[in-house]
Design a protein around this ligand. Structure first.
Ligand code: WT7
Length: 656
């Protein structure tokens, strides 16, 4: 895998240009020009054409309380109605909405009609147990039809869900329940991944026992693994008992367009994870538009997004977008490497997947597996059903792009490298398959109507060809509305005073090609790491480390990693003497387990180094830039003359 090969340009294939929803650069430019001419009018037109409203809106964009923007705010609609009922009304009742494949390969299908019944019964059960519009419901479930049903049921009654990824720890779950003030928790006895059965309800019990979750009135437990699990009388109820006897139809709650559809916690550069609050109308509009324009979803497509519902990708491109477009999609419980690393390719073949959306980290690990074991190489599978590929979560390196293009897409399928964030709700900068000539490694051009730009520290827009700070110049419908319970932090994080509160700060650096204006994302400019496409704050990991009784101080940085994009590297000062040899190895394992227990396995540092101290300036500031060089194994070229304790560098240079 070499990244030095000269980069080709891949023109949109003729069949895309002739039939794609947006076909040809002229059509793209016309949309951008329309938005330029009449920004609010453009989005209003799309919102009327692509969503079904119970009460039509008359106001499009309200900027009077900037940066707390409102879209379509006097309109009313229901997301679940838009995702299910309107498809049935359009004659798609018998169409398969979800093809579910379990970890062990068992396949089941859910039609739109079935989905309406399952969502309605669960929604009615929620209502009967006292959950009301605006109440928060935390969902801690594995990948399942039940996960989608629970989310849709919340949307149906106007409850605001907050999904917590099943890999997060009891402490992380507790913090999210506490911050959201949730009234109900939906979980399962356990989950099946890679042939193993793992507990979930015991972790939920542990979370609730930590205290601070007193707002929880009820815990609904879906029995997935059949594992024995303790049920607390009066609080816990099994899913089938919860829905027993509930009516097959639930009238949707018609909510205001600005009503919070969900909160989703994500990491920032400081403090605890923030509850990103999304709207109903604006969010759904972008989910639908990007399904149609970026993924060019057609009635006969089989769409597969491999994300987990615990992340925003699984919200927009599993729970909502595909359904809102009447699509057929795969929901997969398992992992890409079980029973072997050919699992994805086998599933694409068997279900005739036509649009496939995954993360660079998965591609890189499957390249490695295919190179090591011939039988799991994609050439052994019939992937001819594919017509479009997508990438998300982190920059895709050109070598991985080329492999994906040639080996999975048969040099026939465009790749949409979609740049976006939890906060943006949907794609922001992305190729459109019938429009954009592709350059491996570049997410190319803004989605029509999105005003992305690159600025310097003063907020001045830079000429193409220069690198700087990625911003969005105008509010857009699917943007974050607030940080739950912390409006000040919302302003500080996304509309900082540095830019007079006028520009949305993405937190990424980017460059634009001098000729084409194509964007390339160069990575986070704050203390946020991206490990295997998962977002993690260095401060969170540091807090987890120092909560260990033997740790005096810790500093965490990222370093480039061939497989995971970035890897977590921790520099630790212990309270006792600095360990060496086997003692150090044991301590590393202890600390990794400790972080896993505090946050979740995805946050375990790959590399831990011990010092008697950390490199600090005379004023006591940790020199993180130096630590980043040490983590990479580079020679330290920075000026170390301001360093209080230069001798420490030798201790930290090498791991154990
Ligand atoms: C961060 C957002 C987008 C949903 C999943 C991650 C990075 C995301 C790309 C891409 C380069 C990307 C950015 C961004 N990122 N997509 N196509 N190319 N970088 O959502 O957890 O909120 O993380 O992921 O750094 O800020 P998230």
């Amino acid at each position: 895998m070499s990244d030095t090969q000269s980069l080709q340009v891949f023109q949109p294939p003729a069949d895309f240009v002739s039939q794609a929803a947006i076909s040809g650069m002229e059509a793209y430019r016309a949309l951008c020009a329309e938005a330029e001419r009449d920004y609010a009018g453009y989005w209003a037109r799309l919102a009327r054409e692509h969503l079904s409203w119970k009460v039509p809106f008359t106001r499009t964009l309200d900027e009077s309380q900037a940066p707390f923007f409102k879209w379509f705010d006097d309109g009313r609609l229901n997301v679940s109605y838009n995702c299910i009922d309107r498809n049935i009304e359009a004659g798609l009742g018998e169409k398969t909405a979800i093809i579910f494949e379990s970890d062990d390969g068992t396949v089941s299908r859910v039609s739109y009609k079935d989905l309406l019944v399952r969502v309605s019964r669960f929604a009615n059960a929620l209502k009967a147990s006292g959950v009301k519009k605006g109440d928060r419901v935390v969902i801690y479930l594995p990948m399942s039809v039940e996960g989608v049903v629970a989310m849709q049921a919340c949307a149906r009654i106007g409850a605001t869900h907050s999904v917590v990824f099943g890999g997060f720890s009891a402490q992380s779950l507790r913090d999210r329940i506490n911050d959201a003030g949730a009234v109900l928790l939906i979980t399962s006895d356990g989950q099946c991944r890679g042939g193993k059965s793992l507990p979930l309800k015991p972790i939920a019990d542990e979370a609730l026992a930590l205290g601070g979750c007193e707002s929880i009135m009820k815990v609904v437990v879906w029995q997935r693994t059949g594992a024995e699990c303790a049920m607390q009388a009066g609080r816990d109820v099994f899913w089938q008992d919860f829905v027993a006897g509930r009516a097959d139809f639930c009238e949707p709650e018609w909510v205001e367009a600005e009503h919070p559809l969900f909160l989703l916690y994500t990491s920032g550069s400081t403090g605890k994870p923030k509850g990103v609050q999304h709207s109903t109308g604006g969010y759904l509009l972008h989910a639908v538009l990007t399904m149609k324009w970026t993924f060019d979803l057609k009635p006969n497509d089989v769409f597969w997004c491999t994300a987990d519902i615990g992340w925003v990708t699984g919200h927009t491109y599993i729970a909502y977008g595909p359904l809102a477009c009447g699509g057929t999609q795969i929901v997969f419980e398992g992992v890409p490497t079980f029973p072997d690393a050919g699992r994805f390719w086998k599933m694409i073949q068997e279900h005739k997947v036509s649009v496939f959306y995954t993360a660079p980290t998965a591609i890189r690990s499957l390249i490695k597996a295919a190179e090591a074991t011939a039988t799991v190489h994609p050439r052994n599978y019939d992937l001819s059903s594919l017509r479009l590929l997508g990438s998300v979560g982190e920059p895709i390196n050109p070598a991985a792009w080329m492999w994906y293009y040639e080996n999975i897409g048969g040099s026939r399928c465009p790749i949409v490298d979609t740049f976006w964030q939890t906060e943006t709700g949907g794609h922001m900068i992305t190729p459109l398959p019938g429009v954009t000539p592709l350059v491996p490694g570049s997410c190319t051009l803004p989605f029509p109507g999105i005003q992305a730009a690159i600025v310097d520290e003063t907020g001045t827009e830079l000429d193409w060809g220069k690198g700087g700070i990625l911003v969005v110049k105008r509010p857009w419908p699917s943007m974050i509305r607030n940080i739950w319970g912390d409006a000040e932090r919302f302003k500080k994080s996304y509309y900082p005073d540095d830019f007079n509160g006028q520009l949305y700060l993405a937190g990424d650096g980017a460059t634009r090609d001098a000729q084409t204006g194509y964007f390339t994302i160069t990575g986070r400019i704050d203390d946020v790491l991206n490990v295997s496409g998962h977002r993690m704050g260095t401060m969170e990991i540091e807090s987890a480390l120092v909560s260990h009784p033997l740790v005096a101080e810790a500093a965490v940085v990222g370093r480039p990693d061939d497989l995971t994009g970035e890897a977590i590297c921790a520099f630790v000062v212990l309270k006792g003497i600095r360990p060496e040899g086997d003692a150090a190895k044991k301590m590393i394992k202890d600390l990794q387990d400790h972080v896993g227990k505090q946050i979740g396995p995805i946050a375990k540092p790959k590399d831990i180094r011990f010092g008697e101290n950390l490199p600090k300036t005379r004023s006591g500031k940790i020199m993180r830039r130096l630590l980043r060089s040490l983590a990479k194994g580079e020679e330290v070229t920075q000026d170390t003359s301001t360093l209080e304790n230069p001798a420490i560098l030798d201790q930290l240079r090498r791991g154990v």
